[in-house]
Design a protein around this ligand. Structure first.
Ligand code: FES
Ligand code: FES
Length: 167
C-alpha cells in the first residue's frame, strides 16, 4: 500500500506517494520528472540508473525509495548545485559541474544512454580521489557499461575534470 515517503533529492525535500519497496529510479523519473537517471537493466548491472547517496554511487533501480529517507540523493541534474555548494559559490544560470563540462569538452557521449550514470560515478570518484591514476579511473568505472564504446573519451574527461576540480 502506498504511503508518504520523505526524500531529499538535489537539495529539495519531496513527500512522495509510493510503496516502501518502489525503486528510487521509478520515483525520480515518474514523480519528480528527473530524467537523468535511466532504466537500463533493472538489475544493478549496467550503471545507467546511478545516483549519489550521501556521496556514494548507488544503483537506483534496485534501491527501495524507503531506504533513502533521511539521506541526500544527487542526480545528474543536481551536479551543478553540488559543485557550487562544495566551492561555496553562487549557482549561476547555465553553470555546470566540472565533470559535465569535461564531458562536453571531450565530446564523450554517443547515444548518451549510459552517460548520466558515468558522470555520477566519475563525480563520486573525484570527490574521494582528487587525482586518480588511470588504473584507479578504470577500476572505478568498471561497473558501468557503454555499448557505444565511449570508454576512452570517458577516461580523458575524468582526467580533465580532475585538473579543473583541483585548480
Ligand atoms: S538500470 Fe540500474 S544498474 Fe542497470
Ligand atoms: S554512449 Fe551509448 S551506451 Fe554509452
Amino acid at each position: 500500500m502506498a504511503s508518504k515517503v520523505r526524500i531529499n533529492v538535489n537539495g529539495l525535500v519531496h513527500n512522495v506517494s509510493a510503496t516502501a519497496d518502489t525503486p528510487l529510479l521509478y520515483v525520480m523519473r515518474d514523480e519528480l520528472q528527473l530524467m537523468g537517471p535511466m532504466f537500463g537493466c533493472g538489475l544493478a548491472q549496467c550503471g545507467a540508473c546511478a545516483v549519489m547517496l550521501d556521496g556514494q554511487e548507488i544503483r537506483s533501480c534496485v534501491t527501495p525509495v524507503a531506504a533513502v529517507a533521511g539521506k541526500r540523493v544527487t542526480t545528474l541534474e543536481g551536479l551543478p548545485a553540488r559543485w557550487a555548494n562544495t566551492k561555496n559559490i553562487t549557482l549561476g544560470k547555465g553553470m555546470l559541474h566540472p565533470v559535465q563540462q569535461a564531458w562536453i569538452d571531450e565530446q564523450v557521449p554517443q547515444c548518451s544512454y549510459c552517460q548520466s550514470g558515468m558522470m555520477i560515478q566519475a563525480t563520486a570518484l573525484l570527490e574521494t580521489v582528487r587525482k586518480p591514476t588511470e588504473v584507479q579511473i578504470r577500476q572505478a568505472m568498471n561497473g558501468h557499461l557503454c555499448r557505444c564504446g565511449t570508454h576512452l573519451r570517458i577516461i580523458a574527461a575524468i582526467k580533465r575534470a580532475a585538473v579543473a576540480m583541483t585548480a
